[in-house]
Design a protein around this ligand. Structure first.
Ligand SMILES: [Zn+2]
Length: 294
């Protein structure tokens, strides 16, 4: 066992890591099933990504390259702290901000814009793992409903949305059916990111530390957001009043998920890619094209 600053490699003891790995194997074997695990105390509050962190620490090894993002940014406080903790307790790993260089990506609230490949692992931090908790308070009953794929009450909830607002108003944590059976809470990623889980080349693991659950969307597996035949699922469109797709004010990208800012001097609304690495890449590509033109 490697030692660093008095911590065992990966902070968790070997037994805890083995338990997480066994839970991961079960989660892959039963796509979308919420596997209970003991979820250890971490030196940070539950709700700050401890579920994702325990997955990362149990799975990362020397020579691997880690990227940590929060809302698409590598530099937000949560991402910086989680990355520093992994660097401190896992000597021999490297970190990166480039999506394509990472072998393990831990994320909160976004899936990178760039398509992931089959050598990459995506770890999502999850606050509330069970999509049925909005319609059924008893976990025992929810387990039976999941087992029987009885999601009628969830569909009724969506239908009530349509009756009240004429559309499904869920913006994050959109209920998604995995491999034709279990419906998962895909963590608070926007609707925009949900289709990226469908038939993804990369394995996605979801960890809820406070709720003590691990679940998975294995590679090349169906992940279908629930909807109705006449009211299909749709992603955010980012169109302006004239129906034109808004573009990133920094790189000009017309396809990415955009964050909205208010310009402090003009008071004008500005839009920018939420995935900073993607935005930087688009900017470099545009500048390169301009140089070629010259
Ligand atoms: Zn951009």
């Amino acid at each position: 066992m490697s030692q660093n600053n008095g911590y065992p490699f990966g902070f968790l003891d070997e037994y805890a890591k083995k338990e997480v790995r066994r839970s991961v194997l079960k989660a892959i074997a039963l796509p979308g099933y919420q596997v209970p695990y003991s979820s250890r105390e971490m030196p940070m509050g539950r709700g700050f990504g401890t579920g994702g962190l325990q997955l990362t620490l149990a799975l990362i090894g020397p020579g691997e390259v880690l990227k940590v993002i929060d809302q698409g940014s590598d530099d937000s406080v949560n991402a910086v702290n989680l990355r520093s903790f992994v660097e401190l307790t896992c000597p021999g790993i490297a970190t990166t901000a480039k999506t394509e260089e990472a072998s393990l990506i831990q994320s909160r609230h976004r899936i990178p814009e760039k398509a992931l490949n089959d050598r990459q692992l995506l770890v999502l931090q999850v606050p509330y793992p069970d999509p049925l908790s909005v319609v059924e308070p008893s976990e025992d009953r929810r387990k039976a409903m999941h087992g029987e794929a009885d999601y009628a009450r969830l569909l009724v909830k969506l239908y009530e949305d349509i009756v009240k607002f004429k559309e499904i108003t869920i913006s994050h944590r959109y209920p998604t059916r995995i491999n034709g059976h279990y419906i998962i809470d895909p963590s608070p990623i926007p609707r925009f990111d949900v289709p990226k889980l469908h038939q993804s080349a990369a394995l996605a693991l979801l960890g809820a530390g406070r709720e003590k659950k691990i679940y998975a969307v294995p590679p090349y597996t169906d992940a279908v957001p629930i909807a109705f035949d006449d009211i299909p699922f749709r992603i955010e469109d980012f169109n302006d009043d004239q129906g034109r797709r808004r573009t990133c004010q920094r790189c000009g990208c017309q396809t990415s998920y955009l964050d909205e800012f208010i310009d402090s001097t003009s008071g004008e609304k500005l839009y920018q890619c939420s995935d900073i690495d993607w935005c930087n890449d688009q900017l470099t590509a545009t500048q390169h094209l301009e140089e070629v033109d010259i």
